[in-house]
Design a protein around this ligand. Structure first.
Ligand code: NI
Ligand code: MN
Length: 221
């Protein structure tokens, strides 16, 4: 059974045959349900881009748990310099490790180092898209055609990413069956209404509005 947990902001935990953390901004994240000390076993940490609210505690968690960092080349190099085992990659590439496949996809944003990215994670026969921070882009149509995600994490907080209207359009583009809105209500500048997003998405996808710390088990099929 594959389970996902939203840890507030863009932090997501995917638990199946392996445990994957994406953008683990935990300590310092006002919406995180618990601290890094409660994270437990982790196999992989994926970082979408080099901004503090996404790199977050990634290096510390990798050091503590021995998890492998998967990220764009420049972030992976920095991790390796800190003694962390890392799989560097770049947009369009894939990394397969421990039966988990990471497909790095484009994101339209900025970063302090490297290039921003999204990821489609293939684990236990399911495809999970984490958009990272991004504006609406036609590249998402390609993600939809190519991957048809079972579940997607899409930012709706506006200002630094898509807002409600553009995120709803992104849901159409990525042809996802289910979507969890992220990157909102962490700070006042990115306050957004997930119910307005749900209404806008309509019957395009099942909208799962999770509370930070809430777990969702993907139904079979
Ligand atoms: Ni960012
Ligand atoms: Mn961000």
């Amino acid at each position: 059974m594959l389970k996902v947990t939203w840890l507030g902001h863009s932090a997501v935990k995917i638990s199946g045959s392996k445990t994957v953390l994406v953008d683990p901004f935990i300590n310092g994240n006002p919406s995180a349900p618990y601290g890094v000390d409660k994270i437990g076993h982790v196999d992989f940490v994926f970082v979408t881009h080099y901004h503090g609210d996404h790199v977050g505690d990634a290096f510390a968690i990798c050091k503590k748990t021995g998890a492998i960092l998967v990220a764009i080349h420049e972030i992976a190099v920095e991790a390796q310099e800190k003694g962390i085992t890392a799989e560097g990659m770049n947009i369009g590439g894939t990394v397969v490790n421990g039966g988990v496949k990471f497909n790095m996809v484009p994101a339209l944003h900025s970063a302090e180092k490297g290039t921003p990215a999204g990821v489609v994670i293939e684990i236990d026969g399911r495809r999970i898209y984490h958009a990272g921070d991004t504006g609406l882009t036609y590249d998402m149509k390609l993600i939809g055609e190519f991957f048809k995600p079972d579940l997607s994490f899409i930012p709706i907080g506006d200002r630094y990413t898509m807002g409600v209207e553009s995120a709803a359009k992104a849901v159409e583009f990525v042809q996802t069956r289910r979507v969890v809105p992220i990157h909102y209500n962490t700070f006042a500048l990115i306050n957004s209404d997930p119910l307005a997003f749900k209404a806008r998405v309509g019957n395009l996808a099942e909208v799962l509005i999770l509370k930070p710390g809430e777990e969702y088990a993907l139904p079979a099929g």
